[in-house]
Design a protein around this ligand. Structure first.
Ligand code: FAD
Length: 482
C-alpha cells in the first residue's frame, strides 16, 4: 500500500484528473487483455508529456517505489499487470503524432499513439506502418515496442524491431536515453534491438520514430478451405517452399471460423475444418504470378475450395473475419485464454493434431487462429473463470500446449511476450547461465529491479518474485512451487 504522503507528491506532478486512487477508478486497470490475472493497482498516473514522465520516475526513485508501465492494456501475457506497492504509469495520454515526413518515410510518435492511427495519418501520402497486430485499432506503439509486436503482415515486412529507427526513453531513475538513429546503422551497441521486446523492464519509452512503407501497387488475398487441419498446416510450408513470400498467411480452424462468421459475416465457408488466408502484394505482374502459384499449391495440398478476392472490398471482408477472430471467440464464454507459441512451420501439422487431441482430453473448446506463415500459434480457449474445475483444465491444457511448442523446437512466445503468464516456462527454454545473463543485463538499467518487477525474466529467490506471487493467478501452482 502506498502512503498518502507519496500520493500527495504525485498529485503535484500531474493534473488532478490524471491521478487515480479511488477503488472504482482503479478497477478498470486491474488486468490487461489476459483477465485470468487481476490485481487492482494502488495508484494510476497518466502523464501528458515527457517532463511529467521524468518527474514521476524521479519521485519513485527517491521513494524507492516500483513502476509498471502500461500502454493500452491489450497485452495478452499479463505484462502490464499491476504489482502491489507500485505506481501504474499509463502512457495513453502521450498520444501525439509529432512529425510525419513523406520523403524520409518516417513518423515520430508518442508512445500512446494507437498502431492503426499511424497508418491512418500516413495514408494521405500513400504510406503505411507495416506491423499490424490484430489489436491495432486499440494497442499503442509504446506497447508494440515493449512487446516487439507482430501481425498479419510481419511475415514479409518484419516485426516492430525491423520497422523502427529511434527511441526516446527514460530509465527507471528518470534519466533520458536516446537510442538508434535515422541512418541505416548507429554507433555503439544495438540498444534499439535490446529495448524492443524488453516488456517495460529496461526503460519507459516516450517517443518512437517508425519507418513508413509505400502502399503496394496491388494486394490480393486467396481464401482456401480444407477438410483437415493438418492438411492446411502442411499447405503453409508448401506455399513458402514454392518460393512465394506472402504478405500474410493466416489460418483459422473450425471453431474460430464459426465464431468469426457469426460475429462479422465475412462470408467464410463454415463446412470446413480449416481456412487459410494468403495475401500477396507487390507490382501487378508479380501479384498475378504469385496468385497463380498459390492457387496451384493450395490445390495440390488438398484444398476443397479456393476463392480469390475479386476487389478491395472483398479483400477487406476476408480479412475482417480474421482480424475480429479473437473478440469473436471472446463472445463464446465469459472469459478466454489466448496462448502464443511459435514452432517451426514444418511442425504445424503435428502440433495442431496434438492440440486437437488435448481439446478432447480436457473437454475444452479450442479455437486456433494464428499467423501460420510465421509458425506463430494462438490457441484460444473460451471458458468460465468462475468455474474452478474448468479453469483448472484450461490451465493444464495451456501448459501442455506450451510444452508441446518447446518440444517441437519452438518458443513460448511469438509476439505477446512473456509477461507474468509465461515466466514459468523460461527455465525450460534457457540455461541457468543464459537466464543469469538476462538478469545481469537488467541490473545495468535497473539495479533495484523497480521496473515492472516480477515479469519476463525469472529471478526465483528475489523479492520481485514474491511481489508477483501476491497476484491472484490461475496458476497458483506455478507461483507456489518456485
Ligand atoms: C484482440 C487482440 C489481438 C491481438 N493481436 C495481436 C497480434 O496480432 N500481434 C501481437 O503482437 N499482439 C497482439 N495482441 C497483444 C497486444 O495487443 C500487443 O502485445 C500490444 O503490443 C500491446 O500494446 P498495449 O499498448 O496494449 O500494451 P500494454 O498491454 O499496456 O503493455 C504491454 C507491455 O508493454 C509495456 N509497456 C507498455 N507501454 C510501454 C512504454 N511506453 N514503455 C515501456 N514499456 C511499455 C508494459 O509494461 C507491458 O509489459 C493482441 C491483443 C488482443 C486483445
Amino acid at each position: 500500500m502506498l502512503n498518502p504522503a507519496f500520493i500527495a507528491q504525485l498529485r503535484s506532478l500531474v493534473p488532478a484528473a490524471n491521478l487515480l486512487f479511488e477503488r472504482e477508478d482503479l478497477v478498470p486497470f486491474e488486468s490487461d487483455g489476459l483477465s485470468a490475472y487481476r490485481n487492482i493497482p494502488d495508484v494510476v498516473v497518466l502523464p501528458e508529456n515527457e517532463a511529467q514522465v521524468a518527474a514521476i520516475l524521479k519521485l519513485c526513485r527517491a521513494e524507492n517505489v516500483p513502476v509498471v508501465a502500461r500502454g493500452a492494456g491489450t497485452g495478452l501475457a499479463a505484462g502490464a499487470l499491476p504489482v502491489d506497492g507500485a505506481v501504474l504509469l499509463v502512457l495513453a495520454k502521450l498520444n501525439r503524432i509529432k512529425a510525419l515526413d513523406p520523403l524520409a518515410r518516417t513518423a515520430v510518435v508518442e508512445p500512446g499513439v494507437r498502431n492503426l492511427a499511424i497508418s491512418e495519418a500516413a495514408a494521405m501520402h500513400g504510406l503505411y506502418y507495416a506491423p499490424d497486430p490484430s489489436s491495432q485499432i486499440a494497442c499503442s506503439i509504446g506497447g508494440n515496442v515493449a512487446e516487439n509486436s507482430g501481425g498479419v503482415h510481419c511475415l514479409k515486412y518484419g516485426l516492430t524491431v525491423h520497422n523502427i529507427l529511434k527511441l526516446r526513453a527514460f530509465t527507471i531513475d528518470g534519466e533520458l536515453l536516446e537510442i538508434g538513429s535515422e541512418s541505416l546503422d548507429s554507433a555503439g551497441y544495438d540498444l534499439l534491438a535490446l529495448m524492443t521486446g524488453s516488456e517495460g523492464m529496461l526503460a519507459v519509452v516516450t517517443e518512437v520514430t517508425v519507418k513508413l512503407l509505400p502502399r503496394p501497387e496491388r494486394a490480393q488475398v486467396v481464401l482456401a478451405a480444407f477438410d483437415d487441419v493438418a492438411k492446411a498446416g502442411a499447405a503453409v510450408g508448401n506455399i513458402i517452399a514454392a518460393g512465394v513470400i506472402p504478405a500474410g498467411l493466416e489460418m483459422m480452424d473450425k471453431l474460430a471460423i464459426e465464431a468469426a462468421e457469426a460475429f462479422v459475416h465475412a462470408g467464410y465457408p463454415t463446412d470446413c475444418a480449416a481456412l487459410l488466408l494468403c495475401e500477396v502484394d507487390g507490382v501487378n505482374e508479380e501479384v498475378s504470378d504469385d496468385i497463380a502459384t498459390v492457387r496451384r499449391v493450395l490445390t495440390e495440398s488438398g484444398a476443397t475450395e479456393i476463392r480469390t478476392a475479386e476487389d478491395e472490398a472483398q479483400r477487406l471482408k476476408f480479412w475482417a473475419g480474421r482480424k475480429a477472430a479473437f473478440p469473436a471467440v471472446g463472445r463464446l464464454a465469459p472469459d478466454y485464454y489466448c496462448m502464443d507459441g511459435t514452432i517451426p512451420r514444418a511442425q504445424l501439422p503435428r502440433v495442431l493434431t496434438r492440440i486437437a487431441e488435448m481439446s478432447v482430453e480436457y473437454s475444452l473448446a479450442v479455437a486456433n487462429v494464428f499467423h501460420a506463415g510465421d509458425g506463430n500459434l494462438h490457441p484460444n480457449i473460451p471458458y468460465n473463470a468462475h468455474d474452478s474445475d474448468e479453469a483448472g483444465r484450461v490451465h493444464h491444457a495451456m501448459r501442455e500446449i506450451m510444452e508441446a511448442c518447446i518440444a517441437a523446437g519452438g518458443s513460448i512466445t511469438g509476439e505477446h511476450g512473456v509477461g507474468l503468464d509465461k515466466l514459468r516456462y523460461m527455465d525450460q527454454l534457457f540455461t541457468p547461465a543464459t537466464l543469469r545473463a538476462m538478469c545481469d543485463l537488467r541490473d545495468v538499467f535497473d539495479p533495484d529491479r523497480r521496473a515492472n518487477p516480477g515479469k519476463s525474466v525469472p529471478v526465483h529467490s528475489c523479492r520481485e518474485w514474491h511481489m508477483a506471487s501476491s497476484v491472484r493467478a490461475l496458476d497458483r501452482e506455478a507461483t507456489e512451487t518456485r
